[in-house]
Design a protein around this ligand. Structure first.
Ligand SMILES: [Zn+2]
Length: 120
């Protein structure tokens, strides 16, 4: 009665239950591969503002589109990782800090103007 996909899912589930250690190791390997891919992606893209690309540790995924569901670096599946990457630009930590402070400041200025503090 069961389809091939169902049988396959059961087999995976059974294997997972019988080999929890191996399953964990398998996930670990995949997470590591995704991390490697994301690091390579960051270095090849470089910072969108200043072009920095020397070290992936100093580069981050900055969400510019859509909702942030999870930190990109925490992604456990390829599909989820790619989906999040599509919502992001790569930006170095320096430019990220500068951009964030500008955003906060411009928001603050608007509020100052509204309250009539920033006149003149
Ligand atoms: Zn930068």
């Amino acid at each position: 009665m069961s389809t091939w996909a169902e049988k396959n899912r059961y087999k995976t589930w059974k294997w997972k239950n019988e080999n929890p250690e191996a399953y964990r190791a398998k996930i670990q390997r995949r997470v590591q591969k995704i991390k490697d891919y994301l690091n390579k992606y960051k270095v090849s893209a470089g910072c969108i503002d200043c072009g920095y690309n020397a070290n992936p540790v100093a580069l981050a995924f900055d969400h510019i589109r859509g909702e942030k569901t999870k930190r990109v670096s925490m992604m456990r599946t390829w599909r989820a990782a790619r989906k999040e990457v599509e919502k992001c630009v790569v930006r170095c930590h320096n430019c990220h800090a500068i951009r964030h402070s500008l955003l906060v400041r411009s928001k603050f200025k608007v509020e100052e103007k509204k309250n009539g503090i920033a006149e003149g």
